[in-house]
Ligand binder design. Structure first.
Ligand SMILES: C[S@@+](CC[C@H](N)C(=O)[O-])C[C@H]1O[C@@H](n2cnc3c(N)ncnc32)[C@H](O)[C@@H]1O
Length: 312
């Protein structure tokens, strides 16, 4: 995620106010930029075709068996055979299909609001003969439970660049909880909000961790292909401090089972990170050098019996 290029909190032309109150930090009152969802969808529709051809996603290698899900995710997810899994913001569906490929008996449905991304995912599933257990559905996170079926999943899986596209984590968490059967669980693996605040060119803090206003960005290419010529570049992202994440998950009635932080990230998010032999990016070592987390993962479970106090 790049640094903030425009905050909408004071824009009188912007949409209705969104206010999040979360205890341990001072939230900004932000507003939704008009047209934010349509701008993001246009941007993602164009990026789907770029990403299918990119070295980052390396679809040819994926077809030949390259994993897409991180080893620590596989460990934390545990055995998934015989379960039903919903993958929110599945993009090209590589993670969805990788999980299906490695867990016989797992049935997965990927959901994304980009029609071209869903078409690529469905075509690849058919080519790999995984389409019996990996389906792909066009829809928004905000309508996920009604599109995919409320209470019909054992697992909701999401992340790796998903939550920054959502302005309202409470709404997201309520959809996740709505998708799960009682006893089912949510797994999230995401880029850490602390990393959002680090300068791209040197290891120092250059953005405000506590600012949750919409971030307007407008530059070509993408994380998967920086030089790709692209036309639809305007997009809106949101930085979610951890208390906002926990507030949303706990407020949706889910119980936190674990929260882990990781010292590495998956791409050259910040120019000064060092690429390891495993292709992951880490803090530079050396005397006096400290580290901050670059990714996190969590599991949160829906209680077997619905608590009476869950937010509607
Ligand atoms: C970075 S990708 C997700 C990362 C995925 N793990 C991957 O690397 O393939 C973000 C995805 O979110 C989707 N997206 C963004 N906002 C959405 C929304 N409100 N509802 C559904 N999908 C959305 C985009 O179309 C895009 O495919």
């Amino acid at each position: 995620m790049a640094p903030a290029a425009g905050l909408w909190a004071d824009d009188p032309a912007a949409g209705s106010p969104e206010h999040t109150s979360v205890g341990s930090y001072t939230p900004t009152v932000s507003t939704l930029p008009p047209g934010w969802a349509e701008a993001n969808r246009r941007m993602w529709d164009e990026r789907a075709a770029v990403h299918v051809r990119s070295g980052y996603y390396d679809v040819a290698a994926f077809k030949a068996g390259r994993p897409a899900v991180e080893p620590f995710e596989v460990d934390e997810l545990g055995p998934l055979g015989g379960l039903r899994l919903a993958h929110l913001q599945c993009h090209l569906g590589l993670d969805t299909m990788d999980l299906v490929r490695m867990h016989p008996g797992l049935e997965a449905v990927g959901l994304d609001f980009s029609a071209p991304a869903i078409e690529h995912a469905a075509a690849l599933a058919a080519e790999l003969e995984l389409d019996g257990r990996a389906r792909f559905v066009h829809g928004t996170v905000e309508g996920a439970a009604s599109v995919l079926g409320a209470g019909s999943f054992d697992v909701v899986y999401t992340g790796k660049g998903a939550l920054c596209w959502l302005p309202d984590l409470r709404r997201w968490a309520n959809e996740c909880a709505g998708l799960l059967r009682p006893g089912g669980w949510l797994y999230v693996c995401e880029f850490h909000p602390v990393a959002d605040c680090l300068d791209r060119s040197e290891p120092r803090v250059s953005c405000d961790y506590f600012d949750t206003g919409a971030i307007a960005l407008d530059d070509p290419g993408s994380y998967a292909d920086r030089d790709a010529p692209t036309e639809h570049n305007l997009r809106y992202e949101w930085h979610h401090p951890l208390p906002q994440l926990f507030d949303a998950i706990l407020g949706a009635g889910l119980e936190l089972r674990f929260f882990h932080e990781w010292d590495h990230t998956l791409f050259n998010q910040l120019a000064w990170l060092e690429r390891g032999d495993d292709g992951r990016y880490r803090w530079p070592g050396g005397p006096g050098g400290g580290r901050l987390p670059l990714m996190y993962s969590l599991k949160a479970q829906k209680p077997e019996a619905e608590p009476s106090g869950a937010r509607p």
